[in-house]
Design a protein around this ligand. Structure first.
Ligand code: 6R9
Length: 644
């Protein structure tokens, strides 16, 4: 089917009248950009063509490919089978204990259809939300695609999140169904999962059923009538299901991410524009050849990278992927390299924190394996330091594979800034340029573009197809968080600092807000602070992200204890670390907790994290003149002397 595209800008859109008047001679016009995206959307199969590429009249609420209808799961699965690729492997899956499953596109279609039929039998209908907390097992992909097939927005929750974190996500989405497993393998052990999800669902009346995959065979608590085994419900269902089409703007999923306040934001993504951009960026950033490449993205499905670059992008492009369940050092530190060798992985996409961990383990480990299949290396999650970039290229890429540093966010849905592999001259540590179709700028406080060699804020000055459509249930927070900083210019503010180099290439400098980046995971200082103060022993808490050679940033907390707290400082801080892990999840456990008598505050009562960061990073403390009481830092110093 040939999609029809209407490239006229909507009345009132900032693009109206923009044709032919690029602000710089080398910049594409808005009409060029829309034509570009229309062509990319044409790679998908639409049941009904769109009538307009972009409707930005209700900015910042975008509508892409308006009037178009498609089925996301059909595009990721069925159409490849119909085109004769049913026997192609979609996933080489490997479990942590070493069990494997090979899933072809024909297998995937059968599994997704069965799962969809099972969800229908539970009375779910388009628009109902489904929460998913699963390990990295194939059923996670079947579940997501079955939801997409039926128009049920999914809300995937990382397997390492605590019951409380799961509960708040289920409540926010008002999910009717939770899909989980009995347990999960972590570092060689079968850990419970259902027991944790039961704790979360004790307080979530919206959940009518819990569908449980048997993964480890461990004992589980069971609620008759509510809980259902996957193998009982799904396996017996018919493996045919006719997909129905949905509006291009039908919600595809909600994914919660940390913001500057304690409450995670439910980032909303929709169907047509999202799939267009994830497929396009996956194909071009990794130079994907679907017939010959074996692609492996090491992210967890609970993060946006897993959604866009394990599930939707690769499957839309008919990629053959590797999916691995476990940790990289189980049972030994060469596990990833062994997998690369076994499956002949040609495109490997991971995070700088893992590269730095590999560096720590030593280059003799990858040297034991045949990694010659590797053709392209990708990086995501945080700025990649040049040392890690070089190590990655040398020890995994044999000095010839391009390293593609991809900058993007949960909110952007897909890659936004990345070098074109093989085409751009390599610059260790720089994401370089917005990908074709995307416009990004580095601006100063006023929103004026900074010059070469200068730093400022990263903004996206034009809408893009996979942009978030809002924060679930909170339009005001959406406007406030992303669009208020440069409201007069209509720019999206990403929350990251960046710099142009002398060639005009972009270097990312990390977050400029109170969001920390620990091993590529976003955690807000406020989230950890509220977890700490929820403990009765803590009177006040301040949290900062301090630089860490492995995890990028590490969480360092400063706490004031209530009078009469029993136990030694070590016992108290150890208990507090566990408390935070219990409230949020082990990823949020502070590396260090320091007990202090006071916290540095401005006269208006704002905690000066900058000074605490100096302490945490063992630097000379900076300017203290705006402190209400400048002697506080001396007090903190005196109290900590010897403890650092
Ligand atoms: C995809 C993902 C987004 C934040 C983002 C930025 C940081 C991600 C980066 C990068 C520098 C890169 N970030 N990729 N910083 N270079 N290549 O990670 O999404 O979890 O939402 O995090 O991560 O600070 O703002 P998300």
């Amino acid at each position: 089917m040939t999609p029809r595209s209407d490239l006229r800008p909507a009345p009132g859109s900032p693009f109206a009248g923009a044709e032919g008047t690029p602000s710089r001679p080398s910049e594409p016009t808005a009409a060029d950009r829309l034509a570009f995206w229309a062509r990319e959307a044409g790679h998908l199969d639409w049941e009904t063509p769109w009538s307009q590429v972009l409707d930005w009249t209700d900015a910042p609420f975008a509508r892409w490919f308006t009037g178009g209808r498609l089925n996301v799961a059909y595009n990721c699965v069925d159409r490849h089978v119909e085109a004769g690729h049913g026997d192609q492997v979609a996933f080489h899956w490997e479990g942590e204990p070493g069990d494997t499953r090979t899933i072809t596109y024909a297998d995937l279609k059968r599994e997704v259809c069965r799962t969809a039929n099972a969800l229908l039998s539970l009375g779910l209908s388009a628009g109902d939300r489904v929460a998913i907390q699963l390990p990295m097992i194939p059923e996670a992909v079947f579940a997501m695609l079955a939801c997409a097939r039926l128009g049920l927005p999914h809300s995937v929750v990382f397997g390492g999140f605590s019951p409380a974190a799961l509960q708040s996500r289920i409540e926010d989405a008002e999910a009717r169904l939770l899909i989980t497993s009995d347990g999960q393998y972590r570092r060689g052990r079968a850990e419970p999962m259902k027991a944790n999800t039961d704790e979360a669902t004790r307080h979530t009346p919206s959940v009518e059923h819990v569908l449980v995959v048997r993964r480890t065979g461990i004992e589980v608590p069971w609620t008759e009538g509510r809980d259902l085994w996957w193998h009982d419900l799904v396996d017996a269902r018919p493996d045919e299901h006719r997909p129905e089409s949905f509006d291009a703007e039908h919600p595809l999923f909600i994914l919660h991410t940390s913001g500057t306040t304690g409450k995670p934001k439910g980032i909303l993504h929709t169907s047509g524009g999202y799939l267009t951009q994830v497929a396009y960026t996956h194909r071009t950033a990794f130079d994907l050849a679907p017939d010959t490449d074996v692609y492996w993205c090491t992210a967890d499905i609970g993060w946006i990278t897993g959604h866009s670059y394990i599930v939707y992008g690769p499957l839309a492009n008919r990629a053959t992927s590797v999916m691995y369940e476990g940790t990289p050092n189980t049972p030994h530190q060469g596990r990833h390299f062994e997998i690369i060798q076994r499956f002949g992985v040609s495109v490997y996409y991971t995070a700088p924190t893992l590269i730095r961990t590999f560096m720590k383990w030593g280059e003799h480990i990858p040297a034991r394996y045949d990694l010659s299949s590797i053709r392209v290396l990708g990086s995501v999650g945080e700025p990649i330091n040049p040392e890690a970039w070089r190590w990655y290229r040398t020890h995994l890429g044999a000095e010839r594979a391009p390293v593609v540093d991809t900058w993007w966010q949960t909110e952007t849905g897909a890659v936004m800034i990345a070098p074109v592999p093989g085409a751009a001259p390599a610059k260790p540590g720089s994401a370089q340029q917005p990908v074709p179709g995307i416009s990004a700028k580095v601006v100063d406080d006023q929103g004026d573009e900074v010059g070469r060699g200068e730093s400022g804020y990263l903004v996206l000055d034009q809408p893009w197809p996979s942009m978030l459509r809002g924060i679930w249930g909170d339009d005001e927070r959406y406007r406030e968080t992303y669009w208020s900083r440069f409201a007069h210019l209509g720019y999206y503010f990403a929350g990251d600092g960046a710099r142009y180099d002398e060639d005009g290439d972009i270097w990312l400098l990390g977050r400029v807000d109170d969001v920390m980046n620990v091993s590529g995971h976003r955690i807000s200082t406020a989230e950890v602070e509220s977890a700490l103060v929820s403990c009765p022993a803590v009177a006040e808490a301040a949290v900062v992200g301090a630089s860490d050679t492995t995890t990028g940033q590490a969480i360092v907390a400063f706490v004031i204890l209530r009078g009469g707290t029993a136990g030694s400082a070590e016992d108290v801080t150890a208990a507090l670390r566990e408390h935070v892990a219990g409230e949020i999840g082990p990823i949020a456990k502070p590396r260090q907790i320091m007990v202090v008598p006071e916290l540095p505050k401005t006269r208006s009562g704002k905690i000066m994290r900058r000074l605490l960061r100096d302490v945490a990073e063992r630097r000379e403390v900076g300017d203290v003149t705006t402190l209400a009481d400048a002697s506080v830092m001396d007090l903190i110093d005196a109290g900590l002397a010897g403890s650092l």
